[in-house]
Design a protein. Structure first.
Length: 257
């Protein structure tokens, strides 16, 4: 499919450059790719655009095919002010749910996870004021009220959930969003149930992984599966018909039948 798309692009414009990024870009080889973007692309993709436009300096190294642009050469550290600034020529659809970054990285250490960006509490956090500005800008310019929250674990701390809940309730529109969460944190802080719903949560994906007690402990899931089930039933009491809960599982973990 990708090769077919490349052919279509080249027929329309022989000078077009093929750029690929994403999680598998470091282990993929594909003929016809001019540039591979590795890691967080906040600065590197801008450097590439400037290079293609006016020949500005660009740091690369040879890849399997094409050149590699790595975030190691273009680190981004000012996460507190990170924004996606949408433009009129992005052709946003009416009522389209947009991606928006809340925090970056994860404070948890699941044994099976390959996420390279582990963070401590307080690291890589976006300023609530910056997030509010972003939400208001999108509402004023595009009428946007729905989002896909880009955050490895939205409800990782009680302080964060409470602070964002307070800010969201002050918005001049009713926010709705989907994101990732953890059941064990809600088990620890049951008051999150109402806060998340009032904040505009409409769909959440939670990593359950397994209902086998020994297996769960082996992969670093500390909450007993019976408690996980109890918490899911607890959520259903007020979330039924309002929030879609999706559980993700790992099939074939050691200890399972």
């Amino acid at each position: 499919f990708v090769k077919e798309m490349f052919s279509i692009f080249k027929r329309r414009n022989p000078n077009v450059k093929m750029v690929i990024g994403g999680g598998k870009s470091t282990v993929t080889s594909l003929p016809g790719v001019n540039y591979w973007v590795w890691g967080a692309a906040d600065r590197s993709v801008v450097a590439l655009a400037n290079y293609l436009e006016d020949g500005s300096p660009l740091v690369t190294h040879p890849g399997r095919t094409g050149e590699v642009i790595s975030s190691r050469n273009y680190p981004f550290t000012d996460h507190s002010k990170s924004k996606i600034i949408w433009q009129s020529n992005d052709y946003l659809f009416e009522r389209e749910h947009l991606p928006i970054e809340i925090n970056r990285g994860c404070i948890f250490r699941c044994i099976f996870c390959a996420n390279p960006l582990h963070r401590k509490k307080g690291e890589f956090e976006k300023s609530i004021d910056v997030l509010q500005e972003e939400l208001l800008y999108n509402y004023d310019h595009f009428g946007t009220t729905g989002y896909m929250f880009c955050d490895d674990t939205y409800n990782d701390t009680m302080e964060k959930v409470a602070s964002l809940h307070k800010m969201f309730k002050k918005l001049p529109f009713e926010l709705e969003w989907s994101g990732y969460g953890r059941v064990d944190v809600i088990n620890k802080y049951p008051e999150q149930r109402e806060m998340l719903l009032e904040s505009g949560l409409r769909a959440i994906l939670v990593g359950i992984e397994t209902f086998h007690p020994v297996t769960a402990k082996g992969v670093g899931k500390g909450l007993h599966p019976d408690k996980v089930k109890e918490t899911l039933y607890y959520l259903r009491e007020t979330w039924r018909g309002k929030v879609i809960i999706t559980g993700s599982f790992i099939v074939g973990l050691p200890g399972e039948s």
